[in-house]
Design a protein around this ligand. Structure first.
Ligand SMILES: Nc1ncnc2c1ncn2[C@@H]1O[C@H](COP(=O)(O)OP(=O)(O)OP(=O)(O)O)[C@@H](O)[C@H]1O
Length: 675
């Protein structure tokens, strides 16, 4: 073990020294400074990778029946002298048997060993013998490492499960499929674990995707904070974590009523915005512009030709406007040349009629004679390039273009739709008048949560596709996404390489799809692979049994999950309305006295949070509004007033299901006694 840590320390010192050297080296000019920056950046990442792997560097070892062995760790380490690596990265093919071998398919392994380190010392060892041989003195057969991992108390941050990934999870993490992978499963079946380890695997095994970057999307900042340590602890610091709001770069100041939010999530909003935009792209009309003393006119047909060419040449309304302007100016100079040609021809014809001389021939001959050249070109030539350049800078031309094709900001487009009842009626004909009026907003109303995907859609229509795209996108709690949010995600993943994990029984109020097919078909058709996770590693069997009826109501087709854990039966305490806070305080006190150091969570209707905070409950437990409980977990959970959670928002029974399945050990429900 110490030799591995020595090697890690050596690699770290080398990388740190190299970075210091690079940063100190003089840079001659901007080019060299840039290269220096890149080199330093690369070394900083390497240092982060090595530092991240330090904790629990080694966690496994496999021994083959022929006596050879491999150590498995968070990263690979090898020296030049040794042929075999001293430590194999868990994602390498060689590490596969560590996760996949079973006594039925031992894959030529004799033994699988799990190690647990504290600091740099091994504090526990656990062996599984896979070839049917009897244990020797060197084998330590005892409690499984999974049991140990699961019984550890929660810290409020998720940890990597790299040492104990189970076969059904590992199969998805390591899948060679590069397209869309969907993972579904009940609460606590490891969907988040799979999603994050998959992100790490993609970075290791798919270099193209790694180069383009990996993005993990989660439902809210609280959740992202909960998972934020997992990838760095796997040596991966380069993954972007974001909510949809962060992706769009919009911070909304308000929340829509649920019906409005639901409507705003529908796909027809994308068509409505695109349709409305076309009205701002020279839908009809001719174009006249003054050039010097002349008025130059382009016909409706010429404008339409420029419009079509501009839309084909550039993506996004504003970039296409620039192309449109350039094409119009070209058409203007063409028209001037044509007009000038016509005028000269007319003069020549008039002169020939009057004098009997062909001026063209005459001037051509005279010119050639003067220059001794074969073909002098036209005599009366306008400097069309200079005229074109002037026109592009001319304020009058820009005004005339603006009238046909105005520059827009994304917010202008969204407002043009949502503040105009006629536009709503025209662009969303499938909605009822009442639904249309739910969408209507005042021009100065603040942006809402549900406006974010509309603003993002508008940004892509107005300014073109997002600048930052990714080679692979992971979406957690993916059942939460509306169709408009799916469009945001897909826009950022041109290769359509995604890992999507979720559970439709846990859907929030904005979700309208009931299954993956319905959610994904508008975006990726049927091109996705669906996997099921069947075993819960969080929620105890007792808790799962207590929510069985609820599950049957909210997701009648879903098979109940079985759990690896068992614990206390969930309890219900009833109290009068004004005794609620006291009941919570007492319950938390009892739990923290009996089990000090455990992580407790109180989950309540969103409107209760301020009352609990005011009573200092946050000192004893995390207070979580039911709308933000998805994905989180605690050792002990107190669910407050289920009726209130159910009625707080549409689909409230699903919020309650989420709340009731957050505990790893103890669940207490505090209900209000009907008066
Ligand atoms: N193979 C494993 N080894 C150790 N712990 C695991 C393993 N798989 C899952 N867990 C643990 O089980 C708990 C639940 O996992 P996770 O949060 O990934 O489940 P989930 O399916 O995403 O849950 P939810 O549906 O509630 O969002 C976590 O504490 C996780 O660390």
């Amino acid at each position: 073990m110490s030799s591995l840590y020595e090697l890690l320390t050596e690699r770290l010192s080398e990388a740190r020294a190299n970075r210091a050297r690079v940063l100190k080296a003089p840079a001659d000019g901007a080019g060299e400074a840039y290269e220096r920056e890149i080199a330093a950046d690369r070394l900083t990442k390497e240092i982060g990778r090595l530092e991240g792997a330090e904790k629990g560097l080694v966690f496994g070892r496999i021994d083959w029946t022929d006596g050879t062995a491999l150590r498995i760790g968070r990263i690979g380490l090898h020296t030049e002298e040794d042929e075999l690596p001293l430590l194999v990265d868990w994602r390498a093919n060689a590490a596969r048997p560590f996760y996949e071998a079973t006594p039925v398919h031992p894959m030529d392994l004799r033994r699988r060993r799990h190690l647990r380190l504290e600091e740099r010392t091994v504090v526990s060892v656990s062996d599984e013998l896979l070839d049917g041989t009897a244990p020797t003195d060197e084998d330590v057969v005892g409690d499984g490492p999974l049991t140990e991992a699961l019984s550890a108390r929660r810290t409020g941050r998720m940890h990597a499960a790299v040492a104990t990934l189970q076969a059904e999870q590992d199969e998805i993490v390591r899948s060679a499929h590069r397209g869309v992978t969907v993972v579904q499963g009940g609460p606590g079946t490891g969907k988040t674990v799979v999603a994050l380890h998959r992100a790490a695997y993609v970075l290791y095994a798919f270099p193209r995707a790694a180069e383009e970057g990996v993005l993990v999307v989660g439902p809210n900042a609280r959740f992202l904070d909960y998972i934020s340590q997992v990838l760095p602890s796997l040596g991966e610091n380069d993954v972007d974590l974001a909510t949809c709001q962060e992706l769009a770069g919009v911070s909304p100041d308000a929340v829509d009523p649920f019906d409005t939010a639901r409507l705003k999530g529908g796909l027809d909003l994308a068509d409505a915005l695109a349709g409305l935009l076309r009205d701002h792209q020279a839908p009809a009309g001719d174009f006249t512009v003054r050039v010097g003393q002349e008025l130059v006119h382009l016909s409706e047909k010429e404008v339409a030709t420029a419009r079509a060419a501009a839309l084909a040449a550039a993506s996004g309304h504003n970039p296409a406007r620039q192309a449109f302007k350039e094409l119009l100016v070209d058409a203007v100079t063409d028209a001037m040349q044509r007009d000038m040609g016509d005028l000269l021809e007319q003069i020549d014809a008039d002169a020939e009629q009057m004098t009997g001389l062909n001026l063209d021939r005459f001037t051509g001959v005279a010119q050639r004679r003067a220059e001794g050249a074969a073909d002098p070109g036209p005599v009366h030539e306008l400097d069309l390039d200079a005229i074109g350049a002037d026109l592009l800078d001319d304020a009058g031309v820009d005004r005339a273009v603006e009238a046909l094709w105005p520059r827009l900001a994304p917010g202008d487009l969204v407002k043009a739709l949502l503040t105009d009842a006629d536009a709503l009626a025209e662009r969303l004909p499938t909605l009822t008048p009442q639904e249309q009026s739910l969408l209507l907003r005042a021009p100065d109303a603040p942006w809402t949560d549900a406006d974010v995907p509309l603003l993002d859609e508008a940004a892509s229509l107005v300014d073109g596709p997002p600048e930052r795209t990714y080679g692979h996108v992971v979406v957690d709690e993916a059942q939460e996404l509306t169709a408009m949010q799916w469009r945001m995600i897909v826009r950022r993943c041109p290769a359509r390489a995604m890992t999507l994990v979720g559970d439709f029984a846990q859907s929030g109020p904005a979700t309208t799809a009931r299954d993956w097919k319905e959610a994904l078909s508008p975006h990726v058709g049927t091109r996705f692979r669906l996997h099921d996770l069947t075993v819960s590693y969080r929620t105890t069997q007792e808790i799962l049994e207590s929510v069985r009826d609820l599950l049957a109501r909210i997701a009648p087709d879903q098979r109940p999950t079985r759990s690896l854990r068992s614990g206390e039966s969930p309890r219900t305490v009833t109290t009068h309305g004004d005794g609620l806070v006291t009941a919570v305080v007492e319950e938390l006190r009892a739990q923290s006295t009996a089990q000090p150091d455990e992580l407790l969570g109180v989950i309540c209707a969103d409107t209760r949070v301020s009352q609990l905070t005011a009573h200092g409950i946050a000192d004893q437990a995390r207070i979580v509004p039911a709308s933000e409980a998805r994905g989180l977990e605690f050792d002990g959970v107190v669910v407050l007033n289920p009726e209130e959670i159910i009625t707080a928002r549409p689909g409230g029974e699903r919020d309650l299901y989420v709340a009731l399945t957050r505990a790893t050990k103890r669940l207490c429900t505090i209900a209000i006694q009907p008066s």
